[in-house]
Design a protein. Structure first.
Length: 283
């Protein structure tokens, strides 16, 4: 009798292990038509470094964006008679394009030389100077915005007239009293940006202003504005190489990227030719 009881317990216990485990159904967060969004899908795409509040915000936006996207798809399916084969073909083309792009980016990141010499910039600038026509006036200048209550403002005016001798005095006075200044006298900047906070922003003929004035002093109720202009370039002229050097550098690097893409394509093709990786059939 004792053996029968043990055997019965073993049978029942074995049956429990043989029963398939109950798997909880995945929680549905949203539904549009027959399409459903699962909680797990959101969890997998939520960045791990977010706070609880940010995670909630991310999830709410994710759900809203998903619903909008599904509604757009649903409306498109109702309004347009799509060719399923063409869509699948485009999906594959896009998938392959992403794969090729990833390969190209990896090759570029490994082989790209980002060092661009001043000589390369100068050569490209000389060859393509017609591409660098100015659409705004530029100036090399000093600019100071000083409260009209500052002491002995006349010192600034006199020192700017004797700029080469009085540089130290100018910097000292500006440091102590100017609320805004631009002191890089060798840097090209947009002249409109300099005038933006001065009464001169209303001047319509700024070209004439640049041509006729090397020192400018204007004021309003609260401030006195000093400008000293050392050089200028006008709309329609070729931009100074210093002003567009970063743009030229970007262009040169981009050309190198294009060359590397072509290099990769040729390299893969030549390797395939050597290994007989493809065949061309003719009639």
């Amino acid at each position: 009798m004792k053996y029968c009881l043990v055997l019965t317990l073993l049978v029942f216990t074995s049956c429990e292990y043989l029963q398939p485990k109950q798997i909880e159904p995945e929680k549905i967060v949203a539904r549009v038509g027959e399409k459903t969004l699962l909680e797990q899908s959101i969890a997998e795409l939520t960045p791990t470094n977010l706070s609880k509040a940010d995670s909630t915000t991310f999830a709410e936006k994710f759900v809203t964006d998903w619903i909008k996207k599904q509604l757009m798809i649903q409306k498109a399916e109702e309004a347009i008679d799509f060719n399923e084969a063409q869509i699948q073909s485009k999906v594959l083309d896009y998938q392959y394009a992403l794969m090729v792009h990833e390969l190209e980016e990896r090759y570029i990141n490994t082989n790209l030389n980002k060092d661009v010499s001043a000589l390369e910039i100068e050569q490209y600038y000389t060859e393509k100077s017609e591409n660098f026509i100015l659409r705004q006036n530029l100036a090399k200048c000093l600019y100071f915005k000083i409260p009209n209550t500052a002491p002995q403002i006349w010192q600034m005016k006199r020192s700017l007239r004797n700029y080469d001798e009085d540089k130290a005095k100018i910097w000292k006075y500006a440091h102590e009293h100017a609320v805004k200044s631009f002191t890089e006298d060798s840097v090209w900047i947009k002249f409109d940006d300099v005038l933006l906070e001065t009464p001169l922003r209303e001047v319509t003929n700024k070209i004439q202003l640049l041509k006729t004035k090397s020192s400018i002093e204007v004021s309003d109720e609260d401030f006195v504005y000093f400008l000293k202009i050392f050089d200028y370039r006008l709309i329609g002229e070729i931009a100074p190489v210093e002003f567009i050097s970063e743009n030229v550098k970007d262009v040169i690097i981009n050309k190198r990227k294009i060359a590397l893409k072509k290099e990769l394509e040729k390299k893969i093709y030549d390797e395939a030719v050597q290994s007989n990786a493809f065949e061309i059939y003719s009639d």
